[in-house]
Design a protein around this ligand. Structure first.
Ligand SMILES: CC(C)(COP(=O)(O)OP(=O)(O)OC[C@H]1O[C@@H](n2cnc3c(N)ncnc32)[C@H](O)[C@@H]1OP(=O)(O)O)[C@@H](O)C(=O)NCCC(=O)NCCS
Length: 170
């Protein structure tokens, strides 16, 4: 049997014209990820809060935020958003389409974001991940993140984020 070829991964900045496609991709990946972790009501609330088109256009205008998207064989399959948050460099969102998970795309996006943090002089990259999102926690550990603390963050409307804060030293 011939070996499976590794995918051709391209990382590009998100542009305003990409916003509807990013929002749709986010919904598809969230629906494949979060049922069983958070309620459907919380999924809908958080998608609207974080991926509403106006919110994404605002993010693109923000000098302290970076929105990167990944393509495999020219298909848009994932994205990573990073930002300066309370003085630290944060990987704020990392989502890969289920069809292409476990093929190294998440790792490539983490490396891309970590390189930006290093260039800007930050000593580490932090992120927040739901305590029950075991697959993601495993992948962050694989790429050098360790749990720094456990938090419960009230995000309004009766919802909380029950997260680990993880950090990767650079
Ligand atoms: C978590 C995620 C971003 C990782 O990206 P990826 O491209 O799949 O990851 P990579 O191929 O670079 O690394 C794979 C590692 O991630 C972990 N992993 C990813 N998906 C997994 C799964 N379904 N089950 C178990 N481990 C998984 C494993 O540690 C795996 O390493 P291995 O294949 O050597 O065992 C991606 O799987 C994803 O988008 N998941 C759903 C959305 C999500 O939970 N995002 C994070 C929110 S904080």
């Amino acid at each position: 049997m011939s070996p499976v070829p590794s995918p051709c991964i391209e990382i590009k900045p998100v542009l305003p014209a990409d916003v509807p496609a990013i929002a749709a991709l986010a919904r598809e990946i969230w629906q494949a990820t979060y049922p069983g972790i958070i309620t459907q009501e919380q999924i809908d609330f958080m998608l609207e809060q974080r991926y509403g088109h106006e919110r994404l256009y605002d993010d693109l205008e923000d000098a302290h935020k970076w929105l990167d998207q990944a393509f495999v064989d020219q298909r848009r399959i994932g994205f990573a958003f990073s930002e300066i948050y309370k003085g630290e460099f944060k990987l704020d969102k990392l989502y890969i389409h289920p069809d292409l998970q476990r093929q190294g795309v998440g790792g490539r996006l983490i490396a891309h974001v970590a390189e930006r943090a290093r260039r800007l002089g930050h000593p580490c990259v932090i992120l927040a991940v739901n305590k029950r999102n075991t697959a993601a926690i495993n992948s962050y550990r694989k790429y050098g993140f360790a749990v720094r603390e456990a938090i419960v963050d009230d995000i309004g409307h009766g919802f909380v984020m029950d997260d680990f804060i993880m950090e990767k030293m650079l």
